[in-house]
Ligand binder design. Structure first.
Ligand code: GRF
Length: 224
């Protein structure tokens, strides 16, 4: 494996707490990766401040300035490719992406979604988990494919829903999980452990089950 750091481009639209978790982990742990740019479709996204505070290049590409989704995604693609990333990380990037864009980054674009996929793709995941009286909930990191929130799963971190939970408390608890989960997946990529082959995810050459690597109560259950 080469010694060159894994180059990351991170796309955001808002708060960027997952971005912050990745920044903090790269700053404090030995991981051979660097964030080469943070790109936002929203000018006021707080995540941009987080990036600037860490001397990370930022760019704003406002979708409202483009006539349609295809035109925007093409410009976004150009912008990302200027940084020549090894991995594109969606971290609260609130846009539906065109097939062409997604296919351009096949096997090197990942997303974090606040549910145990395939349960609850789309929005309002915490509310749905509570309304359905689910016993558990969590977050999923997956490769991005054209179908929304449907790509091959790399890892899932789960928790038990408490009787006292509402959608707000659950969202906060799931975000805490995410802040460990996403940096861990970035570490695995930097170590060259994760690979997508013919729609299947491999960890260190071992084929993963469709629900990926499970993380339960901070225990990471790696494949045997
Ligand atoms: C996260 O909960 C993630 O699962 C979802 O968007 C949220 C982004 O939060 N895709 P933040 O901007 O990282 O704080």
């Amino acid at each position: 494996m080469s010694d060159k750091p894994l180059k990351l481009v991170i796309l955001i639209s808002g708060n960027g707490s997952n971005l912050q978790a990745i920044i903090d982990t790269l700053n404090s742990e030995q991981i051979n990766a660097e964030i080469t740019a943070v790109i936002s479709n929203k000018e006021g996204a707080y995540g941009l401040e987080r990036a600037k505070q860490n001397n990370i290049t930022t760019q704003v590409l406002d979708h409202k300035q483009y006539p349609n989704r295809a035109a925007y995604d093409l410009e976004l693609q150009k912008c990302i490719d200027n940084f020549n990333p090894d991995l594109v990380i969606l971290a609260g990037f609130m846009r539906i992406l065109t097939d062409d864009f997604v296919l351009h980054y096949a096997g090197k674009i990942i997303n974090i979604h606040p549910s145990l996929l395939p349960k609850y793709p789309g929005l309002h995941t915490h509310k749905q988990a509570i309304e359905n009286s689910d016993l558990e909930h969590g977050s999923t990191v997956h490769f991005v494919i054209p179908e929304l929130d449907a790509g091959p799963t790399i890892a899932q971190s789960s928790l038990e829903i408490q009787a006292s939970d509402d959608a707000t408390s659950l969202a906060a608890r799931v975000q805490n999980l995410e802040h460990k989960l996403y940096p861990l997946v970035v570490r695995w990529f930097a170590e060259g452990k994760i690979e997508l082959r013919d729609g299947t995810v491999y960890y260190s050459g071992k084929k993963l089950a469709t629900n990926g690597i499970q993380i339960v109560a901070d225990q990471v259950l790696l494949p045997n």
